[in-house]
Design a protein. Sequence first.
Lengths: 139, 139
Amino acid sequence: MTQSDFVELEKKLRDAELRPTKQRLALAQLLYSQGNRHITAERLHSEAMEAGVAISLATIYNNLHQFTTAGLLREVVVDSSRSYFDTNVAPHHHFFHEEQGTLEDIAKSDLTVANIPPLPEGTEISSVDVIVRVNSPRR
Amino acid sequence: MTQSDFVELEKKLRDAELRPTKQRLALAQLLYSQGNRHITAERLHSEAMEAGVAISLATIYNNLHQFTTAGLLREVVVDSSRSYFDTNVAPHHHFFHEEQGTLEDIAKSDLTVANIPPLPEGTEISSVDVIVRVNSPRR
DNA sequence: TTCTTCTTTAGAAGAATTCTAATCTATTGA
DNA sequence: TCAATAGATTAGAATTCTTCTAAAGAAGAA
Ligand SMILES: [Mn+2]
Ligand SMILES: [Mn+2]
Ligand SMILES: [Zn+2]
Ligand SMILES: [Zn+2]
């Protein structure tokens, strides 16, 4: 991590009113210095271990939620058995590889959702999530 | 339950090669004799209890999965903390009321999904799921 | 019937996530 | 610079949802 990366990540945390602790900076680096990512808590924990940063799983969860609340992450619900966190917080959609359990972005502008019927009385849209589930056919 | 309902549900189970046991018939009745439903395991268990049918939770889960495998139900993933099962197995989409945790169908023909980008190499579509998350704004 | 296969079940086990409460660290401001 | 304070981290326990185990029961075949 270069000095300027560090400063940038630190600013990102401060702007979100999160103290730039050693653990948060390590997580921010894993999350934000290699393009958009879709990651589970367990996986992020493993990566932190591999990177030589000891962080408890509780801290991983605490921070994933705090980052999400701060708008630095969003949660993508695709699998009922585990949570995925997405570093791309702009509205967009996903391909989900059912066998591998991996996500791939679909830009909002690349896919059209039209003719949403009238919303249930008294409600407003929070988000529109499209998941295109794909698999590799055994041929 | 009338005699003809019973016969109909029994046929539904037999056609799926599932023995029409007391428990399965009770579940089938709860699931299929009141229009399309979206229900969790716990809720179905409660309803069975209320209806005076003693069924273990293991049996509820066993059957929800067997029904799903047989194409009598489908699972809808909207909430990472619990699984919803849908009696409407035709392709369609959903409104999800975030506060109440309830689902409402959107007919496939009512909503347009277009311009899905080229699929990742070597994959084919398994399903396209649209979830319109709504909430009741505090005003 | 009788045999076989499937089903149900209580309770244990598993997996993901959250909680508790003690310890530690970053920030603040005298 | 250095308390004082608010916030953060952590180990391990607890919780919740779900699955597994293995024994007992019920359904279908002949
Ligand atoms: Mn869970
Ligand atoms: Mn499941
Ligand atoms: Zn994404
Ligand atoms: Zn539905």
